[in-house]
Design a protein around this ligand. Structure first.
Ligand SMILES: *[C@@H]1O[C@H](CO)[C@@H](O)[C@H](O)[C@H]1NC(C)=O
Ligand SMILES: *[C@@H]1O[C@H](CO)[C@@H](O)[C@H](O)[C@H]1NC(C)=O
Ligand SMILES: *[C@@H]1O[C@H](CO)[C@@H](O)[C@H](O)[C@H]1NC(C)=O
Length: 222
């Protein structure tokens, strides 16, 4: 045999074992387009699928009817970098659920049925860069410490919720924030809002799109 064949053989054996386990571990109703992605979007799921491989990095669960995430979910799936739960039926995130998500970079909880984001919901998800929480039509309470510890967070979406008030501290504690979406909320112009609005004006250079918070602001600016 030619020398390169000796060299190639172990690689082929390794590759075939990787492909074999990867096909083997894909949950029945889902697709696994690459060894670290599990795509269960739009499968009519009413709960999380069983037998998701423990080393999954991208988990796509959008457009289902999933009502809850077990509080130890991210303890099990500690390699998760990208978690898409957009357009599900989540009404509540148990405290601590996301507190161990040290690798998570992207989290989409938009278009669910969340009502509040209490203090410490995201623990210290220090890698989180983008957090989508828009289009939760009953989301009326975001704690001033809701996002505490999210030191890498660059993009925060809170548009089209039911927020009439938001303490400026919820945003001003985020050192990396560059994009915030607040439009489409029923803001009430009280002192919380004035503080928030003044802070957005002061940080306009850093957060150029944030002032689009809706009619209440347009009225104030006139
Ligand atoms: C949300 O998910 C449901 C169920 O899969 C689907 O019928 C609907 O089109 C989705 N909505 C959006 C806005 O994608
Ligand atoms: C969403 O939450 C509201 C108010 O908490 C509740 O009335 C409604 O039934 C919920 N909808 C779904 C689809 O869970
Ligand atoms: C300001 O926001 C906090 C927390 O979001 C809330 O508890 C408080 O009632 C608000 N104050 C007013 C005047 O709305």
């Amino acid at each position: 045999m030619l020398p390169w064949v000796y060299w190639l053989q172990p690689i082929l054996i390794l590759l075939s074992s990787v492909f074999w386990t990867w096909g083997e571990n894909c949950p029945a109703t889902c697709l696994c387009p690459d060894p670290h992605t599990v795509d269960c979007s739009g499968r009519g799921l009413t709960r999380l699928p069983e037998e998701i491989p423990l080393d999954v990095r991208r988990l796509l669960l959008a457009d289902n009817w999933i009502p809850r995430i077990p509080s130890d979910f991210l303890v099990l799936y500690s390699d998760l970098v990208y978690l898409d739960l957009r357009n599900n039926s989540l009404s509540y995130i148990e405290p601590g659920t996301l507190s161990t998500s040290s690798r998570l970079v992207f989290l989409d909880l938009g278009s669910n049925n969340l009502t509040e984001i209490p203090k410490g919901t995201f623990g210290e998800s220090r890698s989180l860069i983008k957090l989508r929480l828009g289009n939760n039509p009953y989301l009326s309470m975001v704690s001033e410490d809701a996002f505490l510890g999210l030191t890498s967070l660059r993009e925060l979406e809170l548009e089209r919720n039911a927020l009439s008030t938001l303490k400026v501290e919820a945003l001003s504690q985020l050192p990396s924030l560059r994009v915030v979406r607040l439009e489409g909320n029923p803001w009430v112009c009280n002192c919380n809002f004035t503080n928030l609005f003044e802070w957005l004006m002061e940080n306009h250079h850093k957060l150029p799109n944030a002032l689009d918070v809706g009619d209440s602001v347009r009225n104030m600016r006139q």
